[in-house]
Design a binder for this molecule. Sequence first.
Ligand SMILES: O=C(O)C1=C[C@@H](OP(=O)(O)O)[C@@H](O)[C@H](O)C1
Ligand SMILES: C=C(OP(=O)(O)O)C(=O)O
Length: 430
Amino acid sequence: MDIIVRPTPKLQGEIGALSSKNYTTRYLLAAALAEGTSTVYYPAHSEDSDAMRRCIQDLGAVLEEDDEKAVITGFGKSPRNVKELNVGNAGAVLRFLMGVAALSEEVTFVNTYPESLGKRPHDDLIDALGQLGVQVEHNDGKLPITIRGGSPKGGRITVSGEVSSQYLSALLFLTPLLAEDSEITVTGDLKSKVVVGQTLEVLEQAGIMIHADEDYMFFRVPGGQSYKAQIYTVQGDYPGSAAVLAAAAVTESDVTIRNLAEDSKQGERAIIDVLRMMQVPLTHENGNVRVQGNGRLKALEFDGDTATDAVLAMVAAAVFAEGTSRFYNVENLRYKECDRITDYLTELRKAGANVEERQAEIIVHGRPEGVEGGVEINAHYDHRVIMALTVVGLRSKQPLRIRDAHHVAKSYPQYFDHLKALGADVEWVK
Ligand SMILES: O=C(O)C1=C[C@@H](OP(=O)(O)O)[C@@H](O)[C@H](O)C1
Ligand SMILES: C=C(OP(=O)(O)O)C(=O)O
């Protein structure tokens, strides 16, 4: 399915934020790793969260769900033997479950998105699991991957943080369950460091003890621990909401998103500060973010690694800002659902944006007068490219047609319904 995004000068209204993807994957996993019955309130419903639901059930968790909650009886330290797991296109789900698979005899992760997740590297996690004595068969560090776990005991592990924080998070979920204590040393520059804070927060809520150095470069993990069955509540999602807020910022708007906690550990909360720095009129009180856009924005410089999943939306806003913006420290955007620097900028240029790339930077020469549009966009299987190009389309002179925009459902299936409710002129076409 494609989406046509037509120029929309005004957005107005109020929506509730979608539920956080990162907390949903973590709570579902923590519940599966516990032996009792946990409840997760307001879990996200999207392809990635469904991938976690499907896989933990394949591994033996029992899940019952109604409109507001998932009730999960976990498998604890003993996942059921299963031949294959299908994580869809979900990177975090794959990496976390590669860790859990170390507790199984033999599991193969199949390659169902050869053009997206199938191209992403997992070498650093494969190497770390190898240090625990886990055998991993792989296709040059990529899917399909077969893990023969058996019974790793723990010990000293080093893991590179250069490409993704998900490898470290995977080890933090696994090692408390091993018989012996572990020490994890992170090498290189740890990317998406703030997301590790979300992992530690969830582990603490699950009753797991981890001694973490303040800079997250060294961890002592006591072995022989158990995840406690708990009641969890998923907070609102900043990365997805960032795209809606960017849409409000580039139009004449009065848009409110509810349920975005001021004190959230999500780094993408920085969308609020970034839009403020861009001089977009905005308030954030009692979990309500209200943007009263006037279409005028100022350029800025920003360390994108602190808010990795919101950078594309910020760049989309910067396309219409006065001046030149620079998003630096973003090299690991190249290892996501697509190359979010080269592929994304190719699509932005098609739409008429003036953008440049460096290995680890996106530079945007703003065009407050708007961009031409009138082209077809390749989504590159990437939900965040789809959301960001939609923001650009709302302020293009001619409509944009985004091909295969249904991939937005990886994290935010209701994105276009939400935009429509705010008055955006968007239409699904076959
Ligand atoms: O741990 C997680 O849930 C995630 C970590 C981040 O990935 P990287 O650590 O690869 O940047 C983020 O982009 C992804 O959407 C979710
Ligand atoms: C990169 C993302 O997800 P993942 O790495 O989990 O596939 C994302 O949601 O933008």
